[in-house]
Design a protein around this ligand. Structure first.
Ligand code: C2E
Ligand code: CA
Ligand code: CA
Ligand code: CA
Length: 281
């Protein structure tokens, strides 16, 4: 530390101190928010490109902060992961999302099969108790395991392929499907992709958003779709914002799409309204 020199060292430490204080404050806030059940799920529809109908929803966590209003995950998920608080937080989102889906499946039988995708952080993949906890949530909510999809990123799996693959295999043995989130953003995964217990790839929205013919991103998306289909996997495109993206994805044989073109993430009441509106079409 001495090598940094007197003045610089002082500034550096002040910065570290502030960041540590900020983390500590946020960690305490998160802990309290979990106790007060301030986290809730919003739902974004996933549309089948074969039928044009809603095939399911992705649950996305929101923090209903008493003073600051609705807070997006990017502002607190990283700290929740760092502190491990993501584990109880995420399980509460999974429980809420499963319960929502059960009531929608009952209310809108014409939409069957309706699925629910939930995000699982890297922290969960290293936990041997995860499959039993998910099983308990399914039992408590009465959701059929075949309706549930777990979204995990490539990087979360690659961090410890062995234990992640073992956990995912157990979940898949329970008839739960596993989707790779943000596909294309990780690396070195192609070689192990076919060995992983997975069912679908979600093409990262950065590729979808740049599919405009002026660059190579159409070919990238095309390649991912071909690769996935050759491996027997479905493809979900995320971040679909424009009609022309949808047209292209359909022509490329993409299976499912999700994005602001169809709908933003909605609260449970909004998602329910969306389903009941579809009834009339
Ligand atoms: P993600 O899993 O890739 O989720 C998709 C994100 O893209 C969502 O942001 C969604 O609102 C946004 N999005 C959807 N359609 C479009 C579009 O057409 N254009 C653009 N630009 N964005 C679109 P959100 O809800 O802010 O979530 C951000 C990230 O936070 C998620 O990315 C996920 O990594 C994380 N996250 C959300 N919920 C959870 C959770 O329960 N557990 C964990 N570990 N992470 C979560
Ligand atoms: Ca996701
Ligand atoms: Ca994603
Ligand atoms: Ca993401």
């Amino acid at each position: 530390a001495k090598a940094l020199g007197g003045g610089r060292k002082g500034i550096f430490e002040a910065g570290m101190h502030t960041r540590a204080m900020e983390l500590f404050r946020l960690e305490n806030e998160l802990r309290r928010a979990i106790e007060r059940e301030e986290f809730t799920a919003h739902y974004q529809p996933i549309v089948s490109l074969k039928t044009g109908l809603i095939s399911g929803f992705e649950a996305l966590v929101r923090w209903r902060h008493p003073e600051r209003g609705l807070i997006r995950p990017d502002e607190f998920v990283p700290v929740a992961e760092e502190t491990g608080l993501i584990v109880p937080l995420e399980l509460s989102v999974v429980r809420e999302a499963c319960a929502s889906l059960v009531s929608w499946q009952r209310e809108f039988p014409q939409h069957r099969p309706l699925t629910m995708s939930v995000n699982l952080s890297r922290n969960q993949l290293a936990r041997p108790e995860l499959p039993e906890q998910v099983e308990r949530i399914l039992l408590e909510t009465g959701l059929d395991a075949r309706s549930l999809r777990l979204e995990v990123t490539e990087s979360a799996i690659m961090e410890n392929v062995g234990s992640a693959a073992a956990t995912l295999s157990r979940l898949r043995d329970m008839n739960i499907r596993v989707h790779i989130d943000d596909f294309g953003m990780g690396y070195s995964s192609l070689s192990v992709l076919h060995q992983l217990p997975i069912d679908a790839l979600k093409v990262d929205r950065s590729f979808v958003g740049r599919m405009d013919g002026a660059n190579d991103d159409v070919e990238i998306v095309q390649t991912i779709i071909t690769l996935a289909h050759n491996l027997g996997l479905d493809v979900v495109a995320e971040g679909v914002e424009r009609e022309e993206h949808l047209d292209r994805l359909r022509r490329l044989g993409c299976d499912y799409a999700q994005g602001f073109l169809f709908s933003e993430p909605l609260d449970a009441a909004g998602a329910r309204r969306l389903l009941s509106a579809y009834r009339r079409w």
